[in-house]
Design a protein around this ligand. Structure first.
Ligand SMILES: *Cc1c(COP(=O)(O)O)cnc(C)c1O
Ligand code: SF4
Length: 348
């Protein structure tokens, strides 16, 4: 029998899981049986951008393996304290693109709504790690101004819910917001950029699937996965629920040194994503954000990896390698030509 208590506890399962996430470097090191010598640097780096990782994601990591590709995405390291030239706190010019608090409008036809600064995981390479969320995320009560602005601009066909992670909002506030967006006649598509189906799959509730499938707006979800091992059984089942709700599923990754910077790893990622009905969309070059220099692969290496990837996969499983450049009207595609292996320069 389904009691009210049971419904309540299922609805809040993801919040409960989130409240139990690991935030202390000491605990992460202990759970994974890693060298305690990593601790002082972890604490120093975590002061700038805190450690946060759900336990279900930690369970996908190999114990006693400091190079584990999932661990590298979340463990604060001494390298984050480097300040090499060319790395800044706002590498993609995001602050300049804010038109109304919480609304980013960089590209024609689509606008990005920053709903919250919160995430369920802190990815060490995140380009928003220094972003002043408190002033600039719409937080639902302030979203009204952003929604009004969208209503006034008939050139916008697609609204992108982003953050932080928009799915940090609970289902009911999201339903109310989506209802308001549906009233804007020129909007056609609703896109969500979220990492939660991968790192906290319990967030994909039946209610969320229903909200998306019942919407007048065509739902698109861009999830964020960097390595095939992130797709455990819970994430796979969350993606299946979304797909069954009629949501088009795409993936974006960031090319990260020591995580996925090889054609074979990226091929395994694409193949695994496709098993979950997710199509690879973007492979981003790292945004040069302060604290993330140790993740960077140079452009020539990235193009070379993409060139090899093309030999391993059907065209529809090869993501578009892109670089975000402040002031450009779209994300700049790289490696569209064949690489000259001698000079490492692109040739048409
Ligand atoms: C990446 C991004 C988009 C979406 O770009 P697509 O190429 O449509 O995926 C929209 N707005 C902003 C501000 C972005 O950074
Ligand atoms: S989930 Fe996305 S926004 Fe949040 S920390 Fe990771 S990369 Fe940044």
């Amino acid at each position: 029998m389904i009691t009210e208590e049971k419904i309540l506890s299922t609805r809040h399962a993801w919040q409960q899981e989130l409240s139990r996430a690991i935030t202390r470097p000491e605990e992460l090191i202990r759970v994974l049986d890693l060298d305690r010598g990593l601790l002082p640097a972890a604490y120093a780096a975590a002061k700038r951008f805190g450690l946060l990782v759900p336990r279900s994601y930690v369970a996908l990591m190999a114990p006693s393996e400091p190079q584990d590709p999932l661990l590298r995405q979340v463990l604060p390291l001494a390298e984050e304290l480097w300040s090499p030239p060319g790395f800044s706190t706002d590498p993609v010019g995001e602050r300049a693109a804010v038109c109304t608090p919480g609304l980013l409008r960089k590209y024609q036809g689509r606008a990005l709504l920053l709903l919250t600064g919160a995430c369920a995981i802190h990815c060490r390479y995140c380009f928003r790690r220094h972003f002043p969320y408190r002033e600039d995320s719409a937080q639902l009560d302030r979203a009204a101004g952003a929604v009004r602005r969208l209503a006034e601009d008939p050139s916008i066909r697609e609204v992108i819910l982003s953050g932080g992670d928009p799915l940090m909002l609970d289902d009911e506030p999201l339903a109310i917001l989506i209802g308001k967006l549906e009233e804007i006649p020129h909007l056609r598509r609703l896109r969500l950029h979220t990492r939660l189906p991968i790192v906290l799959p319990a967030r994909v509730t039946d209610r969320l699937c229903h909200i998306l499938s019942a919407s007048r707006l065509q739902p698109v979800m861009v999830v964020h996965t960097n390595h095939a091992r992130e797709l455990g059984s819970a994430a796979r089942s969350a993606l299946e629920r979304l797909r069954n709700a009629g949501v088009l599923l795409l993936n974006q990754s960031v090319l990260l040194r020591g995580v996925n910077d090889s054609a074979h790893r990226l091929a395994a990622l694409s193949e695994t994503l496709f098993e979950c009905a997710v199509v690879p969309y973007y492979l981003h070059l790292l945004d040069r954000v302060l604290g993330a220099a140790h993740f960077e692969s140079d452009e020539a290496t990235a193009i070379e990896i993409l060139d090899q990837l093309r030999t391993l996969l059907p065209g529809y499983l090869v993501p578009r390698l892109v670089k975000e450049t402040a002031g450009e009207p779209y994300k700049i595609p790289l490696g569209l030509y064949k690489l000259d292996t001698k000079t490492k320069k692109g040739a048409l």
